[in-house]
Ligand binder design. Structure first.
Ligand code: HEM
Length: 158
């Protein structure tokens, strides 16, 4: 059973919503509604970061069982690296936002949040290609003779 697709959409949606809400709050900084938007942005980020970690765990879980060839393995390696950037950058942002929770984020933190958003979009585009272009984890998409991804990646070169 593939559990990664059940989890990843929460990570992506929460992180992208967080970034968008932080930007809206920054644009409406002096408006009465901006404090409420900022609170929503913080909670989206604080929920999204653990979901990014869960995405990494479930990604490896699915990868171990999926069938692959060398090209699919290379594509997954780029996907999981961008997933790692998403997780680490969202963790740093979540901590920084917590430490500065009594004031709106400054320009450096806002720039960092743009990086989190870019990483989340990148990992999503690359992950979607794994499923819909390569059929990774899709029943019947690979011949029975195809090896399992993780075992093939770890095997010594022939
Ligand atoms: C923040 C971390 C990650 C995010 C947000 C993410 C996101 C995604 C998305 C959006 C898809 C397409 C899902 C769909 O078709 O509905 C996908 C597929 C996939 N990802 Fe990730 N991913 C992450 C990390 C990883 C890691 C670390 C691996 C480990 C190898 C991985 C392996 C896979 C695999 C094998 C698929 C194909 C579908 C499946 O078998 O589950 N992902 N990912």
């Amino acid at each position: 059973m593939n559990i990664h697709p059940y989890v990843v959409h929460f990570a992506v949606a929460l992180l992208l919503a967080a970034v968008a809400l932080f930007m809206v709050a920054a644009l409406g900084r002096d408006r009465p509604w901006s404090a409420a938007v900022l609170t929503a942005a913080r909670w989206n980020l604080w929920l999204g970061a653990p979901f990014a970690l869960a995405s990494i765990a479930t990604g490896f879980f699915d990868y171990i069982a999926a069938q692959c060839d060398a090209e699919a393995i290379a594509a997954t390696i780029i996907h999981r690296r961008s997933g790692a950037v998403t997780w680490w950058s969202s963790l740093v942002a979540a901590i920084a936002v917590y430490r500065t929770r009594h004031r709106p984020p400054g320009p450096r933190l806002l720039a960092w949040l743009v990086l989190v958003g870019a990483a989340a979009v990148t990992v999503t585009v690359l992950g979607t290609r794994l499923t819909y272009e390569r059929g990774l984890g899709v029943d019947g998409a690979w011949p029975a003779s195809a090896g399992q991804c993780f075992a093939t990646e770890r095997a010594p070169p022939a």
